[in-house]
Design a protein around this ligand. Structure first.
Ligand code: ADP
Length: 368
């Protein structure tokens, strides 16, 4: 059992930087939780407070129901894997993995059993006698993970562990760490700035911005029901298109109007949008929810000019602009657009989003 709860956790660094502002996160036993957000949003600070590497300014940190704010890192039964691996260069892989157990005075047999088991799980048995400098980046990363595994900790913490690897290896290691989570059935907290890592690995994602948690949810919840404009733009690649538009009433219907945009969103949105008639809002639609049409539907169109075409093989991304906004459409690889073309799209009306102009909150967001 290892449940981690952050209750109203705050961190103010010397000098007054408020790095984490009132974080509340409930991490269930065996859950893989990813903290994600742009650089400087407070992810590492949050993780380091869980590890005990940073003091907690305010709030409670509970592991399995016990408040551990004042416990030393070594007493928290947590293992952390860092971005820079932090391997000892003069030790072999075996000794690097055994080190944490040796200083905790484990018996030699037990150490050997645990190191061999971890090496088997990570497929690095043949590397045990090598020194770190004779390893590739991916192998070093596995050793760093191995050093955490041998401890059989209650909780694993990962701080951007893949960011030093090249793109291909990152994809492979991503799958390996997910596989490891399934195998070990351990509680894991993982920090990354990469939303693709977050989406593919997390059971639950915590999106942070400027020290404040924006939203917590499953990857698909965040993708389909972002709480605000920031989450909408951060989760998803290419990101959601967000256009400035005005809500107006025409012939008894609510209409979203903007430069090159006229969309009647339909009955299910009428009630919620009524208070915004005459006001500007942000209108969101994901690149895959735009469908190119030859014949413009007067009740549902975005018309824009092609700026850039990116053929990716399986699909093509088309960058476009209206007089007011830029947007991206995801289209079939066979599309024959040219730069400068004017194209009209219809929006998938079941997948459109509206955000308030002032506080950027989603107008239709419902808490679970
Ligand atoms: P992230 O991991 O999301 O990139 P961090 O948790 O490292 O963000 O940092 C959050 C904020 O706290 C940033 O503004 C950063 O500059 C600041 N910060 C981080 N470490 C320290 C420190 N030791 N002293 C003062 N400010 C810090």
């Amino acid at each position: 059992m290892a449940e981690v709860i952050l209750k109203n956790i705050c961190k103010v660094y010397d000098g007054g930087v408020k790095a984490v502002d009132n974080a509340n996160i409930h991490i269930n036993d065996k859950e893989f939780v990813v903290l994600v957000g742009p650089s400087g949003c407070g992810k590492s600070t949050t993780l380091r407070m869980v590890a005990g590497l940073e003091d907690i300014t305010d709030g409670d940190l509970l592991i399995d129901g016990k408040r551990v704010n004042d416990e030393a890192p070594k007493d928290r039964d947590i293992a952390m894997v860092f971005q820079n691996y932090a391997l000892y260069p003069h030790m072999t892989v075996y000794d690097n993995m055994a080190f944490g157990l040796k200083i905790r005075k484990y018996a030699k047999d037990e150490i050997e059993t645990r190191v061999n088991e971890a090496a088997r799980i990570l497929d690095i048995e043949e590397l045990l006698s090598r020194k770190p400098k004779a390893l590739s980046g991916g192998q070093r990363q596995r050793v760093a993970v191995g050093r955490a595994i041998v401890r059989k900790p209650k909780v694993f913490l990962f701080d951007e562990p893949l960011s030093n690897l090249d793109a291909k290896l990152r994809v492979q290691m991503r799958a390996e760490i997910s596989g490891l989570h399934a195998k070990l059935q351990a509680t894991m907290i993982y920090v990354t700035h990469d939303q693709v890592e977050a989406m593919t690995m997390g059971d639950k994602i915590v999106v942070m911005k400027n020290g404040v948690i924006q939203q917590i949810g499953t990857p698909l919840k965040l993708y389909n029901e972002p709480i605000n404009r920031f989450v909408a733009g951060f989760i998803g690649s290419p990101p959601m298109n967000i256009l400035t538009a005005k809500i107006v009433e025409e012939n008894g219907s609510i209409v979203v109007k903007g430069a090159g945009v006229s969309v009647v969103p339909g009955k299910e949105y009428e009630e919620g949008l009524k208070p915004y008639v005459g006001k500007e809002i942000f209108f969101g639609v994901r690149p895959e929810d735009l469908e190119e049409v030859r014949k413009v539907d007067p009740n549902n169109f975005i018309t824009a000019n092609v700026d850039v075409i990116e053929p990716l093989g399986a699909e093509t991304h088309v960058w476009l602009s209206t007089a007011e906004s830029t947007l991206i459409a995801r289209t079939a690889p066979s599309s024959d657009f040219k730069v400068g073309d004017e194209i009209s799209f219809t929006c998938n009306l079941s997948k459109i989003h509206f955000f308030e102009m002032e506080n950027e909150r989603s107008i239709f967001f419902k808490e679970d």
